[in-house]
Design a protein around this ligand. Structure first.
Ligand code: FDA
Length: 397
């Protein structure tokens, strides 16, 4: 009998996002009667908006080192068992052609929609019942199973899987529901913070960034243990682009970002060589050859100090070297949950089995996906975690 006709399914998955749908279809194929509940009126909204509308659905080089967690070994087992090539095989079986935008980073060609359609089709084939626009008021233990009190009535089930994701983009249906459920069962939740999010700047730098809005260049950016060679983008509010989004997962309030605007080039040494080879050249023309034109002009405006190289002292060239290779800037903050791609922190995995994702003391309750304290870097890792945790949990239900 399919879950569609069954009043009390074997499994209820809360959250029709990436992890929830993957878990549901896996458990459905394994013969479980599965119902997915979501308070939103549409499933998988973050899938649709992901990857700039083209869903960076996996990264072929995914490994545990791409994730942040207070329990860093937890993710190893699931990532090993369900690898990027498994998801790629599923995608290709559905006729979706992947596009590798950067090494290992796989996107859809035009739109994220085919990925969501694929998951919904698989759920349909696996007999999964998806019930949307349903509010879950209570989750409690009931005999050997679980009971959910919902806006559509009471539901008894053998197991509940919480796949309600993190706090980013509340307008897309994000809530702290998963954390509340965890706490209500005595589980710890590690501190949560918006991550993969642009930085905001204060007055002088904000105005400077705004004037450069839309300018991008490859940089090497560092903060604490994070070091990324990727593009930086100036925006009306501050600094964005992959390099900045990546650093936001390492940044703590008060930290400065160290940005090398000419990665791989020792700017001081290169300027001294240029002074020998082309002494009549202006610093501005040397900069314009290596940086976006608007940024080169802005640097001259900010620092003055343009002149022919022949007349530049070593101290002046050294100062340019510092500005270019070691630009240190303190953000005012981040744009926060409104634009963050993910939540750093979440349900503490130390109380869970890394094989089944069940709470050790209460195996009828499981948590998967972003609601957990497992957060990937930018580049398709967060979806790979959603798929891998969903499959591992689904197979063990
Ligand atoms: P997800 O958030 O997908 O799903 C949670 C579901 O639970 C939602 O359907 C929600 O409505 C539901 N829910 C929440 N509270 C509920 C409640 N109280 N009751 C019932 N239902 C509830 N990652 C990546 O790898 N590649 C990428 O390209 C991108 N791009 C990207 C862009 C943007 C703008 C964002 C915001 C995020 C990304 N991500 C990403 C991150 C990725 O989208 C994210 O990590 C996964 O969607 C997490 O999957 P989950 O299933 O765990 O949560």
């Amino acid at each position: 009998m399919s879950a569609r006709s069954c009043p009390n399914p074997d499994v209820v998955v809360v959250g029709a996002g990436a992890a929830g749908l993957m878990c549901a279809l896996t458990a459905g194929y394994a013969g479980r009667r599965v119902r997915v509940l979501d308070h939103a009126s549409k499933p998988g909204r973050k899938i649709l908006m992901s990857g700039g509308g083209r869903c960076n659905f996996t990264n072929m080089d995914t490994g545990p080192h791409n994730f942040f967690s207070q329990n860093p070994h937890f993710c190893i087992s699931a990532l090993k068992r369900y690898r990027p090539e498994h998801f790629l095989e599923l995608v290709e079986r559905h006729g979706i052609e992947p596009v590798e935008k950067a090494p290992g980073q796989l996107f859809c060609a035009d739109s994220s929609r085919p990925i969501l359609d694929m998951l919904l089709t698989e759920c349909d084939w696996a007999g999964v019942d998806i019930q949307l626009a349903t509010t879950i008021e209570r989750v409690e233990r009931h005999g050997d199973g679980m009971r959910l009190t919902t806006s559509a009535g009471t539901l008894d089930t053998g197991a509940v899987v919480i796949a309600t994701g993190g706090l980013s983009i509340p307008t897309m249906g994000a809530t702290g529901f998963g954390y509340d459920v965890a706490r209500s069962f005595g589980l710890a939740v590690t501190e949560t913070r918006a991550a993969l999010v642009p930085f905001t700047l204060t007055s002088q730098w904000k105005a400077r960034a705004a004037a450069l809005s839309g300018v991008a260049c490859e940089v090497e950016a560092r903060c604490r243990n994070g070091r990324y060679r990727e593009p930086l983008l100036f925006t009306h509010r501050g600094l964005s682009g992959p390099a900045m989004l990546q650093l936001s997962s390492h940044w703590q309030p008060g930290d400065a970002l160290d940005i090398d605007l000419l990665p791989g080039v020792d700017a001081f040494a290169a300027l001294r060589e240029a002074r020998e080879a082309t002494p009549r050249r202006h610093v501005s023309s040397w900069l314009a050859e290596r940086l976006p034109r608007r940024l080169a002009q802005a640097l001259i405006e900010w620092h003055g100090d343009d002149g022919v190289l022949a007349e530049a002292s070593n101290a002046q060239l050294e100062a340019w070297g510092e500005r270019l290779n070691r630009w240190s800037i303190k953000p005012a903050g981040t744009e926060g949950w409104r634009t963050a791609e993910v939540t750093l922190g979440g349900v503490d995995t130390r109380a869970l089995s890394s094989k089944t994702f069940a709470v050790r003391e209460l195996p009828q309750l499981r948590f998967i996906g972003e609601v957990l304290d497992v957060t990937g870097e930018l580049g398709g890792y967060n979806f790979q975690w959603a798929w891998a945790s969903g499959v591992a949990c689904g197979l063990a239900l």
